[in-house]
Design a protein around this ligand. Structure first.
Ligand code: CAO
Length: 415
C-alpha cells in the first residue's frame, strides 16, 4: 500500500526531542527521512540516559524510528558541498539548532533558496521574534514561558511542570503540521517557504483555555469551577487549579481501593450535569437528586468539595477498574489513573499499534510509542532507529557520489 508522504525527501538536521518528534512522524507517514549527524557522537541523545553501556539510548531509539542516518561534518568545506547536494535533492530541511546556528554554518534562508527554491525550511526555536529569540531552550523552559507551569499544580504549592512533553513533542507536532501545509501550498506556488514553530507559542496554544480563563477572571473576578471558589479570593492571574477539570463539567481525582499502598489507585471523576441523578443513585444519595442544595449545576458549584468527598467515600470501596466499570454502565465519564507499567502492558494499546515492540540489533527488543495518528490508507510500520552513520554510503551513492569519492571523504573525516 502507498504512504501519504511517499516521494517526500526530508533532510533531517534535528537533535534531542522536539525536531526528531516531527521528522519521526513524517517518516511514519512515508517520507524518506535522512538524519544528518556529526561523526563520532551523533545526536547527543544517543549517549544520554543510557540503560545499556555503549548502546543507543531509549531516548534516541524512541524518537528516531524509520529514519536513515548519515554522518557529515557540515562545517568542513567538503561536508558543506555534500550538504548542498542534499539541499538540492530534498523537499524539506528540518532543524532545531540554537538560533543562528544554520546561518553560522553558511546556510542562510537566501543561500538555501539559491540552491533549491522549492525547499521548505522548518525550524523549532524556543521563542519567536522578540526579546528572547536568541535563547537556547529546553522542554521545561517552554512549559514555564508558555503558561503551563503557572497554571499547573495546587493553589498552595509552587508552579509545576507536567510529565507530558508539550514543549518538545508538542512543538514537534505543530511543526509537522506546518510542513505538511507548506508542502500542500507548494503544489500551487511552486515555491518553498520557512516554517517556524516556537516552543513558547506551541505550549501557549495548548494552554489556550487558560488565556480564556484570564479574560473571564478580568471581567468577572471569579471562576466558579475553580477549587478556589467559593472559599478563597482570586488574584490578578489565573491560579493553579489542582485537578479541577478546566471545562464546564466539574471533575476531580479521587482515591480508590488500595490507595494507601498503590500511588496510582485513583480515578478521575466528572460530575457531568446530564448524569447527576445516576451519580446520586450509584453513591447512595438519591435524596440529592431533588435537594435544592445539589439539584442544579450552579448550586453544586458551591459544594464541590463536599460532593467529591462523598463520591470518594464510594470510590474508596472499589478498585479504579471496578469503579470505572460501574460508572460506564450509567455513562458517567471517568477514567483510571494508569501507571506507565499498566500502559506498557495494555493489550488494546498493543493491538492498535499505539504501543509497539521493536527489535534493535544492539539492544534487542524494546517498547515504543507507535504513531498516534492513524490513516486508513497509509498504515504505519514502525522500524528501528538507525545506527550512527548506518546509511552514509547508501545515501551518498544515491546522491551520485562514486565509491572513490566516498572513500576520500571518509579518509578526510568529512563523513
Ligand atoms: N557538523 C558540524 N557541526 C554541527 C553539526 C554537524 N553535523 N551538527 C550540529 N553542528 C553544530 C552547530 O552548527 C552548532 O555550532 P555553532 O554553535 O558553532 O553554531 C553546534 O553544533 C551546536 O548546536 P546547538 O547550539 O544547537 O546545540 P546545543 O547542544 O548547544 O544546544 C539546544 C541544544 C537544544 C538547547 C539548542 O539546539 C536549541 O535551543 N534548539 C532550539 C530549541 C529546541 O529545539 N529545544 C528543544 C531541545 S529538546 O528537544
Amino acid at each position: 500500500m502507498s504512504k501519504a508522504l511517499d516521494g517526500v525527501r526530508i533532510l533531517d538536521f534535528t537533535h534531542v526531542q522536539s525536531g526528531p518528534t516531527c521528522t519521526q512522524l513524517l517518516a511514519w507517514f512515508g517520507a524518506d527521512v535522512i538524519k544528518v549527524e556529526r561523526a563520532g557522537e551523533g545526536d547527543a541523545t544517543r549517549g544520554q540516559l543510557r540503560d545499556i553501556p555503549d548502546v543507543d539510548s531509549l531516548y534516541f531509539t524512541m524518537l528516531n524510528h524509520n529514519k536513515r542516518s548519515i554522518t557529515l561534518d557540515t562545517k568542513n568545506p567538503k561536508g558543506k558541498e555534500v550538504l548542498e547536494t542534499l539541499i538540492k535533492q530534498c523537499d524539506v530541511l528540518v532543524e532545531n539548532f540554537a538560533p543562528g546556528a544554520l546561518d553560522r554554518m553558511g546556510f542562510t534562508w537566501l543561500r538555501i533558496q539559491e540552491l533549491n527554491p522549492r525547499m521548505i525550511v522548518a525550524s523549532v526555536k524556543g521563542f519567536g521574534p522578540g526579546p528572547y529569540e536568541n535563547c537556547k531552550v529546553y522542554e521545561n523552559v517552554a512549559q514555564c514561558a508558555g503558561g503551563a507551569a503557572s497554571t499547573t499544580g495546587f493553589e498552595d504549592g509552587p508552579p509545576m511542570v507536567t510529565g507530558a512533553q508539550i514543549g518538545d513533542s508538542g512543538t514537534g507536532l505543530h511543526l509537522a503540521l506546518g510542513i505538511v501545509a507548506a508542502l500542500y501550498q507548494r503544489k500551487s506556488t511552486g515555491r518553498g517557504q520557512k516554517v517556524l514553530a516556537a516552543m513558547q507559542d506551541s505550549v501557549l496554544n495548548l494552554c489556550r483555555v487558560k488565556l480564556r480563563d484570564q479574560q473571564r477572571l478580568e471581567r468577572t473576578g471569579l471562576m466558579k469551577e475553580y477549587p478556589q471558589y467559593p472559599d478563597h479570593p482570586f488574584g490578578e492571574a489565573v491560579p493553579r487549579a489542582g485537578n479541577a477539570s478546566g471545562g464546564g463539567q466539574p471533575g476531580s481525582i479521587l482515591k480508590c481501593k488500595g490507595w494507601e499502598t498503590d500511588p496510582n489507585a485513583y480515578l478521575y471523576f466528572i460530575t457531568q450535569g446530564a448524569v447527576w441523578p445516576a451519580i446520586c443513585k450509584v453513591i447512595g444519595e438519591e435524596n440529592w437528586i431533588n435537594d435544592e442544595t445539589y439539584a442544579t449545576p450552579a448550586a453544586r458549584l458551591l459544594h464541590q468539595k463536599l460532593i467529591f468527598a462523598r463520591i470518594e467515600e464510594w470510590t474508596k470501596t472499589k478498585t479504579k477498574f471496578e469503579a470505572m466499570d460501574i460508572m460506564n454502565k450509567y455513562d458517567i465519564p471517568c477514567g483510571p489513573i494508569l501507571s506507565m507499567k499498566e500502559i506498557a502492558e495494555d493489550p488494546s494499546l498493543r493491538e492498535s499499534g499505539t504501543i509497539v515492540e521493536v527489535d534493535h540489533p544492539k539492544r534487542g527488543k524494546y517498547l515504543s510509542v507507535g504513531n498516534p495518528i492513524k490513516l486508513s490508507d497509509s498504515p504505519t510500520e514502525v522500524t528501528r532507529s538507525p545506527l550512527l552513520g548506518e546509511h552514509t554510503e547508501e545515501v551518498l551513492t544515491q546522491l551520485g557520489y562514486s565509491t572513490e569519492q566516498i572513500a576520500a571523504l571518509r579518509e578526510e573525516r568529512v563523513i
